[in-house]
Design a protein around this ligand. Structure first.
Ligand code: ADP
Length: 483
């Protein structure tokens, strides 16, 4: 891999301000999902290193919080600038370990950096309140203070942005962070930690610990110094972390699984809906928690939409993310591929039909054909579980009431999408969908300015936006008497 700055690819972890390089006898092997080749090693660390990082974070946080918001903002702004200056290298590292096409990886770096920029700005606007007192000689003052030491656990599907969306607001609010990145994609996390050091983030304020999820997660959740745990990943692990955090009553931010409906009403602009479906379904090869998982199309436009979608999907090129024109990379691993195959087999067994794709790609490995299934019904596994792959199941619906009931018939509630023109319908449906986010006539909703998050089993809290920084602060009420 050719990098302009080869030092950004570092086979090490950052613990309490010190770099620990990988010792091959006790290291995690990281593979390129497109080729299966080993790209490097990171140290296999555990509870002891996590404890040391938490202690260093506790020490460093005090001085960081004592700085003015403007001073913190200047460091974060530098960090943002360095991410943008090094975006090609960061994108190459990302594609190498995650597989997404280079253009998409570059998009993620810019998107990821935007959270650091946004929160650097927001950090200067964490306002308190002065409330009229309940007695003549009293005033009620409300101040917002950093929550303290934050632990973060992040997934492999957005190896950069899921970190900056947490670290940006944490540092801007005056917190410290101990991060465990996904073991499949640690190098992106390490590269941004190198840039954080260069930007002048104080030693020990940010640790990146690679290694055993159970050992690191166990220490993060049980250590009383950690006051907030922020996690992006599966609902299954999120539930476990929630339980483990109960004895120390931590504040939790959980961005968990989704089962996004994508609804096409008969008054929709079908070409726009196809374009939106391509982005909402096939972005990151279907491996995002906001990917359309169930596509509902109204009777009258079902066949036309299916045909248009099939024509568009046939043009999506699958391959190594470093190759020109590739839109769909490999799936992250064999387990991911098996899940897509299971969902297809289950649906076909219950009466669905293949309109497009349907099998592992001729390229082999974990490449899978972009797939469309028609005649999909609610008794199939795809209706209930997140596929996390390039499979678009098309359900048919009768009317608004019918589709809202089907769309809400899930334990998840992260993203949802619909295409319609009638204004009254737009409001009715947007209000009726039991989701944290609704995209109306768009398949792409994530941005630093907006609150990202889910309801039901999709999680707790919001990331991004003016709300996102609140998650990293505590409210303190000061009662002023004798006035
Ligand atoms: P995904 O389906 O995205 O791989 P997971 O929930 O399995 O989601 O993993 C997301 C992150 O959580 C990863 O960094 C993973 O290493 C970490 N993780 C997995 N199991 C645990 C655990 N028991 N405790 C703490 N972290 C965990």
């Amino acid at each position: 891999m050719l990098l302009k700055d080869p030092s950004l690819f570092h086979q090490a972890a950052l613990v309490a301000g010190e770099w620990i390089t990988a010792d091959p006898s006790n290291a995690i092997e990281v593979n390129n999902p497109a080729t299966g080749e080993i790209i490097g090693y990171v140290p296999k660390l555990g509870a002891a290193e996590t404890r040391a990082a938490i202690e260093a974070a506790r020490m460093a946080q005090k001085g960081w919080a004592a700085r003015t918001a403007k001073e913190r903002c200047a460091v974060l702004r530098k960090w943002f600038d360095l991410m943008i200056e090094n975006k090609e290298d960061l994108a190459r590292i990302l594609t190498l370990e995650q597989g997404k096409p280079l253009a998409e990886a570059t998009g993620e770096i810019v998107y990821g950096a935007s959270f650091v920029e946004w929160f650097a700005e927001e950090g200067r606007r964490i306002y308190g309140d002065l409330i009229p007192g309940h007695q003549p000689d009293k005033r009620i003052m409300v101040m917002k203070q950093p929550i303290g030491v934050v632990a973060a656990i992040t997934p492999w599907n957005f190896p950069n942005a899921m970190i900056t969306r947490k670290a940006g607001p944490a540092f801007a609010a005056g917190c410290a962070m101990v991060l465990k990145p996904a073991s499949q994609t640690p190098f992106s996390a390490i590269a941004i930690a190198i840039l954080a050091e260069r930007a002048g983030l104080p030693k020990g304020l940010f640790s990146v610990i690679t290694g055993s999820a159970v050992a690191i997660g166990g220490e993060m959740t049980s250590n009383p110094v950690v006051r907030k745990l922020t996690f992006t990943g599966s609902t299954e692990i999120g539930t476990e972390l929630y339980k483990q955090s109960a004895p120390t009553i931590k504040k939790l931010g959980l961005e968990l699984g989704g089962n996004a409906p994508f609804i096409v009403f008969d008054d929709a602009d079908l070409d726009a809906a196809v374009e939106g479906a391509l982005i909402a379904k096939y972005r990151n090869n279907g491996q995002t928690c906001v990917c359309a998982n169930r596509i509902y199309v109204q009777d009258a436009v079902y066949d036309a939409f299916a045909q248009k979608l099939a024509t568009a999907v046939a043009k999506l090129k699958t391959g190594n993310g470093f190759d020109e024109g590739v839109i769909l990379g490999p799936l992250i691993d064999k387990v991911a591929l098996a899940k897509v195959e299971e969902h297809i087999a289950d649906a076909l067994g219950k009466g669905a039909r293949i309109l497009q794709g349907g099998k592992p790609h001729a390229l082999g490995g974990t490449f899978f054909e972009a797939t469309i299934l028609t005649d999909v019904t609610k008794d199939m596994a795809v209706a209930r579980e997140e596929t996390f792959g390039p499979l678009a199941p098309l359900f048919r619906f009768k009317d608004e009431e019918d589709v809202i009931e089907q769309a809400n018939d899930t334990e998840f509630g992260l993203a949802s999408y619909f295409y319609a023109k009638d204004l009254a319908r737009v409001f009715r449906v947007a209000e009726a969908l039991e989701y944290g986010m609704v995209g109306v006539n768009t398949g792409l909703i994530s941005t630093a300015e907006a609150p990202f998050g889910g309801v039901k089993l999709s999680g707790l809290g919001r990331e991004g936006s003016k709300y996102g920084i609140e998650e990293f602060t505590e409210i303190k009420y000061v009662c002023l008497g004798g006035i």
